[in-house]
Design a protein around this ligand. Structure first.
Ligand SMILES: [Zn+2]
Length: 478
């Protein structure tokens, strides 16, 4: 049976279910909701416009580092597209962001054997003096090893360049990321107070290409601020081999710097609800990107999915009960200003949020959803997941915060949903110069957009809001 005919079968009216003790099981989806959700799921086997939105964003705007000219162009792009698509209440909601720019970035082994190294500054890092920093390298496998080393010898890293050398494991769902990212995000903050001069981090990513993966790093307020850069895997391997045979001296030159505070904005557009327009389901992605590539996979792909999901719902014969609000979040990569700004600005309205969805896991095929809501929502989600099975998107995983940008809404009990995707190849290009449009998988984006639309429609069309127990927000930059 073809995928299409399996999906069309799912559209047939419900046959009487198994009768036990004379009780017919009640469908957790109202009949008209089921019909609409099924019709949206079927869209995933044909060509949608999701890829078109990514192509236009990456070709017409390109890189979109928070607070940069590209960021401003992306906001204008989003507003124009939302108006073109006929969304309602199209607007930009400003948020303050920290701005930063990359400059020259070079590194080389000075001794024992002169060799150039491919490095890239971590976002938010301070630069080096113009003449660079030349110092002995000390290798640490993990931040825990660094803590142990300075406990044993307070001068273990003093006057040195700390090389944090832990390789990220490759896997279908990116399991190695969480284990390796702390070295990138807080390596400089941990090494600086012990007198280290700079930090080199083995790239957090799984590419075998000779480029480095950037990503944000942060400092302890009031603490020392030392330069931090990522090293390509090939060059991290070289450092590892040289360090195994004896002392190594490296020269690092970084021209990056912080810029004056800037303004960015979340971009919003709406498909008003049929009966309760003041109640909202957010479908989202983040609009900003790193500067090295063009932000196609992170998170142009998620924006293609979210925008197309809203467009598909807008064209459905029957609009959902509640408003679908598509949000392109600002500044996910370096501070989460868009997500925290949205939660603060809309705090009074959050009890009327029936759900928030985010797509921020690249261009791989959708596998299902992570969800965090009242358990009472479970049966309806399971019914939708069954309809998404033919797309390969029928797996539900309870827990998680759905996505970094929507996680600040957790404190208000807003049900959170994250699109799960195949991500074995995602971390090969994540935060690198290779994050470009050619990596996009159109058929996977079509399935993702349809799955996103179907699940968001269902949540927006159920009679009740299934608020989750409120918890402290779980922030975390991707
Ligand atoms: Zn992202």
């Amino acid at each position: 049976m073809t995928l299409r005919s399996r999906l069309l079968l799912a559209l047939l009216p419900l046959l009487p279910g198994p009768v036990a003790l004379g009780v017919t099981p009640v469908d957790p989806l109202p009949p008209q909701t089921r019909t609409a959700v099924s019709a949206l799921a079927v869209k995933g086997v044909s060509t949608t416009r999701a890829t078109e939105w990514v192509r236009r964003l990456t070709d017409e705007v390109g890189p979109r580092l928070a607070g940069s000219a590209g960021d401003r162009a992306a906001i204008a792009w989003g507003l124009a597209l939302f108006r073109e698509l006929g969304f309602s209440n199209v607007r930009a909601e400003e948020v303050p962001v920290t701005a930063w720019e990359r400059g020259v970035e070079t590194a080389a082994v000075v001794s024992p054997f002169p060799q150039e190294l491919v490095v890239t500054a971590l976002g938010g890092s301070v630069g080096t003096p113009g003449e660079g920093i030349t110092a002995a390298v000390v290798e640490m496998k993990t931040l825990e090893a660094l803590e142990e080393a300075v406990k044993a010898d307070p001068d273990a890293v003093r006057g040195k360049i700390v090389f944090l050398n832990r390789r990220m494991a490759r896997g279908r769902t990116g399991p190695g990321y969480g284990a390796t990212v702390p070295a990138r995000s807080s390596g400089a903050a941990k090494a600086g107070p012990h007198g280290a001069l700079a930090v080199l981090v083995r790239s957090v990513g799984t590419s075998t290409s000779r480029f480095a993966h950037t990503g944000s790093t942060s400092y302890v307020p009031g603490g020392p601020r030392i330069p931090a850069a990522a090293v390509s895997h090939a060059d991290a391997d070289l450092l590892e081999r040289l360090l195994a045979r004896g002392p190594v001296t490296v020269k690092l030159v970084l021209g990056c710097r912080s810029l004056p505070p800037a303004v960015s904005a979340n971009v919003l557009g709406e498909v008003p609800g049929r009966e309760r327009p003041d109640e909202v389901v957010v479908v989202s992605c983040h609009l900003d990107s790193w500067d090295l590539g063009r932000g196609a996979v992170d998170d142009g792909a998620g924006c293609g999915i979210a925008i197309e999901a809203a467009r598909l719902i807008a064209r459905a014969p029957r609009r959902p009960l509640r408003t679908i609000r598509v949000v392109l979040f600002a500044n996910e990569e370096s501070g989460l200003a868009g997500g925290t700004g949205y939660a603060a600005r809309h705090a009074a309205e959050l009890p009327k949020h029936a759900g928030a969805f985010e797509a921020d896991s690249g261009t791989g095929a959708p596998t299902g959803f992570s969800w965090s809501a009242a358990e009472s929502l479970g049966p309806a989600l399971a019914a939708v997941a069954e309809l998404l099975g033919p797309l390969g998107a029928g797996t539900l995983r309870a827990g998680g915060h759905g996505g970094a940008d929507i996680s600040p809404m957790a404190f208000a009990g807003v049900p959170l949903f994250g699109l799960s995707q195949e991500s074995g190849a995602y971390f090969d290009i994540h935060h690198t110069a290779d994050d470009t449009f050619d990596k996009i998988e159109p058929a996977s984006l079509d399935k993702g957009a349809a799955a996103f639309a179907a699940m968001a429609y269902a949540v927006a069309d159920l009679p009740e809001i299934h608020a989750r127990p409120a918890v402290p927000a779980a922030h975390g930059a991707r």
